[in-house]
Ligand binder design. Structure first.
Ligand code: C2O
Ligand code: CU
Ligand code: CU
Length: 479
């Protein structure tokens, strides 16, 4: 069933000319009267309630000197930044003014996967409105979550178009004095396609836009007090693009992975973020005033090489495939104010041994009548089927093996996990995650405590084109 790399290339080359009609998600809505706002407005909860209206619609934006079509929430790229505390009530009215159905997923929040909370099977038709309502559990961790559309068949186009935003939970990590004193900078990494041209092969590789933005801007500038600490809160909101980040002359001190704090800061010279992943790093401000660039270094997504970045992926401009790309510029200025560095963060609990071990295989293959599909345990996605049944209040280990030729970021909804081992080697430090990169040829073992919420949800590859082409399974959690 699985294909060799040569067979895969032959197949994809053969279908490269086939242009899909997925651009029909654009059009049929009126042009907005006001131009979109760059960067997003901030909606914190008040008196224990976060309440707002989110309108999804097509819009146009001026980016890198060009006018491009985008899909936006409340006419903003990225969408509004939402913020709540553990115990808060959340009420979000989503108005769908797109030309296709949609819905919302709260990636990284531990809330029910059922109505009216995080039901990814819910279909909000064109012109329809729905109200999401849930509580952030009182014992919820503080961290960075990410809301985006999640209706199968439309996810990749809608995320690629620009729909998505940050959802912050203010928690224990935020109350550590050194962290509180740090300059907080949100960086929402998102690429845009300037000239829509979608080939089947581009989708198989995972479509990358040729215009890379941070908070809806090309190479924005941030200023940091000299000598101080900066806390970079990063979200990879791209459909398929990976970011291999490095900051000139500075190490990163990793303090959170996805939405979850670490026990102690971990020094890194670079940081790889695959789609759907988030991370938080501290940087120790230099005493020298000046500018430092946040760079995106070249990265090969598996053995397919740079496919998807250059001509082969049906997109223009592979200039970024070789040279590092400047994502943002940080400027140290003002009086030098040396600031102390946190030694301990939030303890990551050690998990007991699992009650059950399961195997998952990520691959691609052919399906009758559908051509190339991406597979989860040999099967393309079927929402009617239940692939995995788990019992609440048990702990499971999942061993995920990638036998394909591309790297796949594996994401599980609702319950976070710890990565236990990679290719049989234990991971160097304990950390919670909800999305983990499984590179081609590798096996990753994760440990998941299933807690609190019965219901049906999904796990999938967060290269959203792969999710659309079948690499998703369903999970039912039972009490
Ligand atoms: Cu961020 Cu199932 O998704
Ligand atoms: Cu998710
Ligand atoms: Cu994938």
């Amino acid at each position: 069933r699985s294909l060799s790399r040569r067979q895969f290339l032959a197949l994809t080359a053969g279908s490269a000319g086939a242009v899909l009609l997925s651009q029909c998600s654009r059009g049929q809505t009126q042009t907005p009267s006001k131009p979109p706002i760059r960067g997003s407005t901030f909606y914190p909860s008040r008196n224990g309630v976060l309440e707002l209206d989110l309108e999804a619609r097509q819009s146009q934006i001026q980016l890198g000197g060009q006018r491009i079509e985008v899909l936006a929430y409340n006419n903003q790229i990225p969408g509004p930044r939402l913020e709540a505390k553990p115990g808060d009530r959340v009420r979000i009215r989503l108005q769908n003014n797109l030309s296709n159905p949609t819905n919302l997923h709260y990636h990284g929040l531990h809330i029910p996967p059922t109505d009216p909370a995080d039901n990814v099977f819910l279909r909000v038709g064109r012109g329809e409105q729905v109200t999401y309502e849930f509580s952030i559990p009182p014992d919820h961790w503080g961290g960075l979550a990410y809301y985006h559309p999640h209706l199968h068949g439309y996810v990749a186009d809608q995320v690629l178009g620009g729909l998505g935003g940050i959802f912050v939970v203010r928690g224990a990590l935020d109350h550590i004095p050194e962290i509180q004193a740090a300059e907080e900078i949100f960086l929402f990494l998102k690429d845009f396609i300037v000239e829509p041209h979608q080939s089947m092969m581009g989708r198989m590789a995972g479509r990358e836009g040729d215009l890379v933005t941070v908070n809806g801007q090309v190479n924005p500038a941030f200023s940091i007090p000299a000598g101080g600490l900066a806390r970079l809160r990063l979200v990879n909101a791209s459909n398929a693009r990976f970011y291999r980040l490095s900051l000139e002359k500075h190490p990163f001190y990793l303090i959170a992975t996805d939405g979850y704090p670490l026990s102690v800061p971990v020094e890194l010279s670079e940081l790889l973020l695959s789609p759907g992943e988030r991370a938080e790093v501290l940087i120790q401000g230099t005493q020298e005033l000046g500018q430092y660039r946040l760079l995106n270094l070249p990265y090969r997504r598996g053995r397919m090489g740079m496919m998807g970045r250059g001509r082969m992926g049906g997109m223009r401009g592979d200039r970024d495939s070789v040279a590092p790309q400047v994502l943002a510029t940080l400027t140290y200025s003002g009086q030098v104010q040396p600031q102390s560095f946190p030694q301990r963060l939030i303890a990551v609990e050690a998990l007991p041994d699992p009650t059950r071990v399961r195997q998952f295989v990520l691959n691609h293959g052919m399906a009758p009548g559908q051509g190339m599909v991406f597979l989860m345990n040999g099967k393309p996605f079927d929402p009617q089927r239940i692939d995995t049944e788990v019992v609440l209040n048990t702990i499971e280990d999942w061993e995920i093996t990638n036998t394909g030729v591309m790297d796949h970021p594996f994401h599980l909804h609702t319950n976070p996990f710890q990565v236990i081992a990679r290719n049989g080697q234990p991971t160097p430090y304990p950390a919670w995650k909800d999305t983990v990169l499984v590179p081609t040829g590798e096996t990753v073992r994760i440990r998941i405590p299933f807690k609190d919420y019965p219901g049906k949800t999904v796990y999938h590859c967060h290269i959203l084109d792969h999710e659309e082409l079948g690499m998703m399974g369903t999970i039912e959690m039972r009490g």
